[in-house]
Design a protein around this ligand. Structure first.
Ligand code: FAD
Length: 526
């Protein structure tokens, strides 16, 4: 360990020298295998495929102590400590947020990614008692959610809150929010954490929780990698249903669609998952249905140019704890009787809990097979207060052409499920309801080159500016999610009244601004 520490200090010193005076060409030449490695293509790329900033070096830590040595050295007074550090999870950021130009990328997947399930005697019955007091999983932050799910299911347990796609790391989603169709009921993933182990920007390894060093705990949740690198997380668990009844219902009116979504989220006792999406064309109907194993008998008229018709689909699910599926069927019948979908266009299937949670994997495989996965993804994610959703939808529609490739998710979230102590930013909502609008575009390089991707990004910027900053007319007051803001001034606007607290937390936990350069919030100080 001491020898390793020595190597690491030498490595850090080499990086400091390299990044300040470009003195040594390759840190690996100087250091041997222990500490810093040459950059790999994945350290300068991400899912967005829009930004590519190469780091100077990569670190594959074997333990939090390795990260502590690195950050401790970079944040102590020394020779030109200019290098920055970004944690890299699964690299599914959209705009270079996990990159560090000329700095060091710490690959959290190299940390132990074990998932330790600690369960008190589980209880539960078909009547729907699904809580297991004191059941939790202690997981390495580089573990992907699919790995957490696989391990927990061996005990008949699962975390309550998810993202749609499971090949994201625990540390990556906890640094943002982590939302899906369960969020209305259980809160985002950042609201479902009992304890964290974090290496702060100053190189201290700290275990924190809502009662132990709460300021660090809440800073790091939704903290965009600015305060520390999460190395472990303790996630509460609940009983996992063997099966899920998964329902889709179609609408031709936005108001009826959102009205029914709000009705569904007002029934958390019955309903376990609520999402929805816009059906813009045949392609969006087909691509969103890949994982849904039901024959859809829905071929709507999408109208013609200038008279386009848009449809909407609600997706909800009910957990089923009975092997014969009868309990969920009964709930679905009851709930759907209250909905105003286009009759008879409601479809339902029963699938295993794992297949339900892992549904986007099938879409990934389909896109990969068509060469449409590793392509630029100019995505836009915005939290819109309920009062602004029609205005926002109209703004968005102006940017959507007939050949739109991808999906636009729209579903409601309840703001009282968000803990205001965390660093995550959500809009003010007088009625407690906001919607996520997620514009998930894939661009085929054969049809949309660099200039075309840039123009989509510019359109999204205009929509975000109008919705989030005051675009004149009626103010929407939306907030972006997962975005890299274009300047520190935009970040201050984004945080609004929360900016002072965010900046104070930065000063306390990462005073020299070593961490998270890819977000562009705090320029590195000397
Ligand atoms: P990375 O991209 O590697 O990192 C993201 C940010 O977190 C960076 O700033 C990085 O420096 C920081 N970071 C990473 N690990 C750590 C750590 N251990 N400690 C501190 N900081 C860290 N989001 C949702 O909320 N819901 C969804 O349903 C959803 N679906 C998605 C589907 C796809 C196909 C994709 C590509 C993204 C989706 N996302 C979704 C967005 C996703 O949650 C974020 O992009 C998330 O950050 C990705 O995790 P990652 O492990 O790839 O993180």
């Amino acid at each position: 360990m001491e020898l390793k520490a020595l190597y690491l200090y030498a490595a850090v010193l080499a990086v400091l020298l390299c990044s300040s005076v470009n003195f040594i060409q390759s840190p690996t030449d100087v250091l041997g295998p222990v500490a810093l490695l040459k950059p790999t293509p994945s350290s300068a790329s991400d899912f967005g495929a829009v930004v590519s900033d190469a780091p100077f070096a990569v670190m594959r830590p074997e333990s939090p102590d390795d990260i502590a040595l690195l950050l401790g050295a970079l944040s102590s007074a020394g020779p030109s400590p200019r290098a920055t550090v970004a944690a890299l999870g699964a690299g599914h950021s959209l705009h270079g947020q996990a990159q560090a130009r000329g700095g060091i990328v710490v690959e959290t997947r190299a940390l132990p990614c074990d998932v330790q399930v600690v369960a008190a005697r589980a209880h539960g019955d078909s009547g729907g008692a699904t809580t297991v007091p004191a059941a939790y999983a202690d997981v390495g932050a580089g573990a992907m959610w699919v790995e957490v799910l696989e391990e927990c299911l061996k005990f008949g347990l699962a975390p309550p809150s998810w993202t749609d796609y499971l090949y994201l790391t625990v540390g990556g989603t906890l640094s943002n929010g982590g939302i899906s169709g369960q969020t209305f009921k259980h809160g985002a993933q950042i609201s479902n954490v009992l304890q964290l182990e974090v290496v702060t920007g100053k190189g201290e390894v700290v275990t924190c929780s809502p009662t132990k060093i709460p300021e660090l705990f809440f800073a790091v949740l939704g903290g965009l990698g600015q305060f520390g690198i999460i190395t472990r997380a303790r996630i509460p668990l609940q009983l996992a249903p063997p099966k899920v009844r998964w329902v889709r219902a179609f609408y031709d009116s936005f108001e009826t669609f959102t009205g029914d979504q709000e009705l569904l989220v007002s029934m958390p006792e019955q309903v376990d998952y609520v999402e929805g999406f816009m059906v813009l064309n045949e392609q969006s109907l087909h691509s969103s249905s890949i994982a849904f194993p039901a024959q859809l008998n829905f071929s709507p008229d999408f109208g013609s140019k200038g008279r386009k018709k848009v449809y909407y689909c609600i997706e909800f699910a009910v957990h089923d704890f009975r092997q014969d599926g009868s309990s969920a069927d009964h709930v679905v019948e009851l709930v759907s009787g209250k909905l105003s979908y286009m009759r008879p266009h409601m479809y339902s299937v029963e699938v295993s809990y794992f297949d339900f949670l892992n549904r986007v994997r099938m879409e990934e495989e389909s896109l990969r097979s068509r060469g449409l996965w590793d392509v630029p993804h100019p995505w836009l994610n915005v939290f819109v207060p309920k009062h602004g959703i029609t205005q926002f939808k109209d703004l968005l529609m102006d940017t959507v052409s007939a050949d739109f490739e991808g999906l636009i998710l729209v579903y409601p979230l309840l703001t009282d499920k968000w803990d205001g102590n965390t660093s995550a930013v959500v809009p003010a909502t007088p009625d407690g309801v906001m919607y996520i609008f997620a514009v998930l575009r894939s661009t085929d390089p054969a049809r949309c080159g660099r200039a075309c991707v840039e123009s989509i990004l510019a359109q999204h910027r205009r929509v975000a500016d109008q919705a989030c900053r005051d675009g004149g007319g009626r103010r929407i007051g939306a907030k972006q999610y997962l975005a890299r803001q274009p300047s520190p001034a935009h970040w201050r606007d984004h945080f609004g009244s929360g900016w002072g607290r965010f900046a104070a937390r930065k000063a306390r936990f990462d005073p020299l601004h070593v961490l998270g350069p890819g977000q562009g919030i705090f320029p590195r100080t000397d």
